[in-house]
Ligand binder design. Structure first.
Ligand SMILES: NC(=O)C1=CN([C@@H]2O[C@H](COP(=O)(O)OP(=O)(O)OC[C@H]3O[C@@H](n4cnc5c(N)ncnc54)[C@H](OP(=O)(O)O)[C@@H]3O)[C@@H](O)[C@H]2O)C=CC1
Ligand SMILES: CC1=C(/C=C/C(C)=C/C=C/C(C)=C/C=O)C(C)(C)CCC1
Length: 327
């Protein structure tokens, strides 16, 4: 008996310490999951497109839209990954109106093909969600020679949105949702070297592309005033998705087996990371709100660079040339 009591005395503090750490980690995690979009809406009859819908935040966004009855098109760069995710979403939501289509945002031809095929299948589009994104890419170029972050995150979505504007306007009230990031605060538009030819840094390129996302959203909102099409940008927060896949450090055993569980309490789940996207796409209170930026399901502050209207205008004109749009 004495041995047992002695043993309990030894291990009790260890259990207690672990318990306290566990409770703190759990509370931090609860707090870090951020704002939730809790309103129940019925999206039956609505048509939505989500780029990069096969994984991460995009997949969770498609899942929730499908649960609410919408017809959802997943615009994916990989046919196989898209189809696999689609089958899983249909199975889990019971909504058969989820479609996966090829759309490689690093190829203008692929984007044009996607938009043309979509318009042949659907005459309406209520929500376009520009979600797909690349992060921490080594210097690589898109098919047309654009730096990959700028090309996929901004130029690809710029072209896609412009190609779908006629159907969005016809469907109005409709919405464009741009998944940007708090990383825009560190961004700068490098007017003289947009494609990182003279100087390249993965973080600089990503932040520039996310700033471009917001300048684009604000400029488009201005151009669409009075049409019934709203445009808003958002920061999803840090979520545990595949976004960091290109970081060599991310792939190490140390990061995956030790750091990832340690960071468990401070990162959002993909489902919670998708909440602000769903809020911007679906909240009835935002029906007439346009040109804004949200984080954790509420209005958020933009960095001064994102409020530079002259730069937004310059970027728009430049993007028209890159995307070869004759307007
Ligand atoms: N997770 C986070 O902490 C944060 C994310 N964000 C933003 O959220 C968005 C979603 O990221 P997240 O879900 O985390 O990342 P994931 O890497 O998990 O998902 C990114 C998606 O984009 C797709 N994609 C990448 N390149 C292309 C392309 N050329 N054409 C079409 N689709 C492409 C990917 O396709 P595939 O699977 O085939 O590679 C994938 O479906 C991004 O815009 C990101 O910048 C912003 C702030 C923080
Ligand atoms: C899971 C994991 C990581 C994830 C990082 C993520 C998910 C970063 C995303 C940042 C973005 C995209 C910010 C701004 O837009 C680390 C820290 C690399 C290493 C340990 C394991």
């Amino acid at each position: 008996m004495e041995i047992i009591i002695h043993f309990l005395h030894k291990i009790a503090p260890i259990f207690l310490a672990h318990g306290i750490v566990g409770i703190i980690a759990f509370c931090v995690r609860l707090y870090m999951q951020g704002g939730k979009f809790r309103k129940q809406t019925d999206e039956t009859g609505k048509v939505a497109i989500v780029t990069g819908g096969n994984t991460g935040l995009g997949r969770e966004t498609v899942m929730e839209l499908a649960r609410r009855g919408a017809t959802v098109y997943m615009a994916c760069r990989s046919k196989e990954k898209g189809e696999r995710a689609r089958k899983e979403i249909v199975k889990r939501t019971g909504n058969p109106n989820v479609f996966s289509r090829e759309c490689d945002l690093s190829s203008l031809d692929s984007i044009r093909q996607f938009a043309a095929d979509f318009k042949k299948e659907q005459s309406q589009l209520h929500v376009l969600i520009n979600n797909a994104g690349v992060f921490w890419e080594p210097r690589r170029l898109t098919k047309e020679g654009f730096e990959m972050h700028l090309g996929v995150n901004h130029i690809g979505h710029f072209l896609l949105t412009n190609l779908l504007l006629d159907v969005l306007e016809r469907t109005a009230p409709s919405r464009v949702v741009v998944v940007a990031s708090k990383a825009h605060e560190r961004g700068q538009i490098h007017v003289e070297d947009m494609h990182g030819q003279d100087f390249y840094d993965e973080g600089v390129a990503y932040c520039q592309s996310k700033l471009a996302n917001i300048l684009f959203a604000r400029e488009l909102a201005k151009r669409l005033e009075g049409t019934g099409v709203t445009v808003n940008a958002l920061n999803p927060g840090i979520a545990d998705t595949e976004i960091a896949r290109n970081m060599i450090f991310f792939q190490t055993k140390f990061a995956q087996t030790l750091l990832r569980p340690l960071l468990w309490s401070v990162m959002k789940t993909p489902r919670n990371g998708a909440q602000t996207t769903l809020y911007a796409a679906l909240d009835p209170d935002l029906a007439k709100v346009s040109g804004q930026y949200f984080s954790d399901c509420k209005l958020a502050h933009l960095a001064p660079a994102a409020l530079d209207d002259q730069m937004a205008n310059w970027l728009w004109a430049q993007s028209e040339k890159w995307a070869q749009i004759a307007l």
